[in-house]
Design a protein around this ligand. Structure first.
Ligand SMILES: [Cu+2]
Length: 119
């Protein structure tokens, strides 16, 4: 049993490495092999990156790194994160293609955009 498990572990590590490499390289002609999560940081009163392009079914995760509270609130499309205090995150999954402009409800000069492409 020990001999078998050594081989199995090595194969597992190889597969895990490939998965990590794929996760670190969004876009760039990757095959869309299932839903992805895209990170948007909030710091210095800005969304970074300000615009993200995803596929339908993907999830955007906003994380606030400022001392001030922020939100991500859609201009028109009817979605909103809760108030995010420092260190808090919120995830929203986008099911249908379209362009979603958004802003921070506390600081409306903070704006961003989620572009959702067809799968
Ligand atoms: Cu804000």
């Amino acid at each position: 049993m020990r001999l078998v498990s050594t081989t199995t572990r090595r194969r597992f590590l190889s597969l895990a490495g490939a998965g990590i490499a794929a996760a670190l390289a969004p876009g760039a002609g990757r095959a869309h092999d299932g839903p992805h999560r895209v990170e948007v940081g909030i710091s210095a009163f800005a969304f970074t990156p300000r615009r993200v392009t995803i596929r339908a079914g993907d999830t955007v995760v906003w994380t606030n790194r400022d001392l001030a509270p922020h939100t991500a609130t859609a201009d028109e499309a009817g979605w909103e994160t809760d108030r995010l205090d420092r260190g808090q995150s919120a995830a929203i999954t986008f099911a249908t293609p379209g362009r979603h402009a958004y802003f921070c409800s506390f600081h409306p000069m903070m704006t961003g955009e989620v572009v959702v492409e067809p799968t």
